[in-house]
Structure formats: structure tokens, C-alpha cells
Design a protein around this ligand. Structure first.
Ligand code: PBG
Length: 325
């Protein structure tokens, strides 16, 4: 019989055949685990909206780091949080050499030298307004924020961060940080820019975790408008010109088209942030028995890879082996 139709099922018949022709794979080496550190001692504070994720004081951080090392996680991104009494108009806690982020970076690099440390560079956990830049008269003062952000990046590099990652979305931050790092002897430290960071509702649990929701207003004056794709490419192009070595798209799931276009357009490493709301949605639905967590996580991370992400920041990194083995 002369078949005129396509027998796509031939290559789906057994799991061996499916593996043979699989186009995308996700490995633990693709994943970066975010960790939250805070001032104080003896603290392991659960985050109610993020099951299994804690805020750690640095003296207890070895518990989490041992678990991550055991789980073969090769990279972390560190988010610091000050005591609420230390928040101020100038975000001065953000570049304190003894701040929780700086201490955590030093601790990890000393005790887990094989794990690479990316540091999140932002002001929102350190300003009394909860905004990612410092305030001027009645709005964020973009250019004054650049100086502070540069100091933050420098303090992280001095503490030993392998990569600095500005997430504030101020204009010119990559340029300002690059200049400062170069002047101070850190021309070898790469910048991973959160280039296309959207004003998203999927950051809700993270803002619980880091107590960084804006007191007034929102972040739409600096984070990107979810309606725009071409603007993302413009932001990414600008960051690369300013000296970014790697770029990030954030969130991931609702922005797979942006990840894809970025991968097609630029020849730099593309990172995607599988954010807190994406984590919480899966956890919550799984808890209700509405979806199965492990295959859902696998499918989600695969989709982000397939869209074009080279690496994924995800709260699921820690349990990845459990999901994929
Ligand atoms: C703050 C920052 C945010 C996230 C990473 N850095 C929140 C925000 O911009 O409001 C979100 C991470 C997540 O939701 O997992 N600069």
C-alpha cells in the first residue's frame, strides 16, 4: 500500500526512540538556585508563599549550601535583606561591606569554592520606599541611583561574587557598573543584566520573601510593559553596548517569545528567570492535587530551554534531581 501520510508516531513508539530524537534537554548544570539571606543569627525563616524556600542568616547558611552541593547545583544567585531598621532613603545598607549579601558571598566562596556566585544588584530591599532606585523630589532619581548601584556591585565583587546581576531597570546601570568595576580592578567580573525585566504580577511571592514591595506606586515606571516585544530587543541591545556579558529575560513563562527572539538575535548567553509566582502556582496546584508537580516542573523548564534559554534561574533547582531522575 502506498501511504501518502506522515507517520510521526514511528519515532514516538518507545521511550528509547523518543530519547533518540529529543531536541531539548535540561540538566542540573543549566539551573541556578536563588537564595535569600538576611541579617541576624540563628534564622531560618520559612516564606509562606514559597514552600521549601527560606530566609537564612549567614551563620546557618551551610545547611542550605550543603543541600545544594549535594543536589549538584553549580550556581546560586544571592539576594540580601537588611534588618528593617536599616532601610533608608539612600539604600546605604545595600553596599555595606558587612551586609548579609556581602557576608553570604564571602561565606560561600570560602566554603563552597566550586559553586559560582551571582549577586543580585538592586536597591528595593534597602530603600525605605521599597523602590529599586533612590528617590529624588517626587520620582526616582535615575542618575543618582546609578552611583548607588555601582557601589553595590563593587561591594559584591569585593566580597568575591563571580558575576554581578543588576535587576533594578534603571537606565545606564550596566554602563555605570562596568565603569566602576573597571576602575577598581574588577574588569574580569562579568555582568549578567536583567535586561528585559517586565512589570509582572508573578513577583508576588518574592516580594513577600524579601519585604520589598513598593510602599507607594508600582514599578511600571522602570520595569517593562508586558505588551512590548521589540522594546525588549532594544533594551538588550543597549545593555550589550553598555558592556553586559550576558542577558536575562524575566519572568520566563509568560515571555517565552522574548527568550526566543533574543536567542535568534544576539550571540550572548541568554538567561531566563523562572520567577517566584511561577514556582508558587505549580506548588499550589500540586498541593490541591490538580496537577502533578514533577512532570509539570519538567515540562515548564523544558519549555524555557526550548524557547532559547541557555540557563534558568529557578527555585526548583534544589529538587531538580528528584524531578528528573
Ligand atoms: C528586585 C527583584 C525582584 C525579583 C528579583 N529581583 C522583584 C521585583 O522586581 O519586584 C523577582 C524574583 C522572583 O519573583 O522570583 N529587584
Amino acid at each position: 500500500m502506498d501511504h501518502q501520510f506522515f507517520r510521526g508516531r514511528r519515532l514516538r513508539r518507545t521511550s528509547q526512540l523518543r530519547d533518540l530524537v529529543a531536541e531539548t534537554s535540561v540538566g542540573i548544570e543549566d539551573l541556578i538556585q536563588p537564595i535569600f539571606v538576611q541579617d541576624g543569627k540563628g534564622q531560618q525563616i520559612p516564606i509562606p508563599s514559597m514552600e521549601g524556600i527560606f530566609r537564612w542568616s549567614v551563620d546557618l547558611l551551610s545547611q542550605e549550601m550543603d543541600a545544594l552541593a549535594e543536589a549538584k547545583v553549580g550556581s546560586v544567585i544571592v539576594f540580601g535583606m537588611p534588618d528593617s531598621s536599616k532601610k533608608d532613603g539612600k539604600a546605604s545598607g545595600a553596599y555595606a561591606s558587612q551586609g548579609s549579601a556581602q557576608e553570604a558571598i564571602r561565606f560561600i566562596k570560602k566554603n563552597y569554592p566550586h559553586i559560582s556566585v551571582i549577586s543580585d544588584v538592586c536597591l528595593c530591599a534597602y530603600t525605605d520606599t521599597g523602590h529599586c532606585g533612590v528617590m529624588g523630589e517626587d520620582d526616582i532619581d535615575n542618575d543618582a541611583s546609578l552611583e548607588v548601584l555601582s557601589q553595590v556591585a563593587l561591594s559584591h565583587a569585593q566580597a568575591g561574587a563571580d558575576v554581578v546581576a543588576p535587576s533594578d531597570m534603571m537606565d545606564g546601570r550596566v554602563w555605570a557598573i562596568r565603569q566602576t568595576l573597571d576602575e577598581k580592578g574588577f574588569s574580569h567580573i562579568p555582568i549578567l543584566s536583567y535586561s528585559a525585566k517586565y512589570a509582572s504580577s508573578f513577583y508576588g511571592p518574592f516580594r513577600d520573601a524579601t519585604d520589598c514591595a513598593p510602599q507607594k506606586g508600582d514599578r511600571q515606571g522602570y520595569q517593562m510593559d508586558p505588551r512590548n516585544q521589540r522594546e525588549a530587543l532594544r533594551e538588550i541591545g543597549a545593555d550589550l553596548q553598555e558592556g553586559a556579558d550576558m542577558v536575562m529575560i524575566k519572568p520566563a513563562l509568560a515571555y517565552l517569545d522574548i527568550i526566543h527572539e533574543t536567542k535568534l538575535t544576539y550571540d550572548v548567553p541568554v538567561f531566563a528567570y523562572n520567577v517566584s509566582g511561577e514556582f508558587a502556582m505549580i506548588k499550589a496546584a500540586a498541593e490541591k492535587g490538580w496537577i502533578k508537580e514533577e512532570p509539570a516542573v519538567r515540562e515548564m523548564l523544558t519549555s524555557i530551554k526550548r524557547a532559547g534559554a541557555d540557563r534558568i534561574l529557578t527555585y526548583f533547582a534544589k529538587n531538580f534531581q528528584k524531578y528528573f531522575s
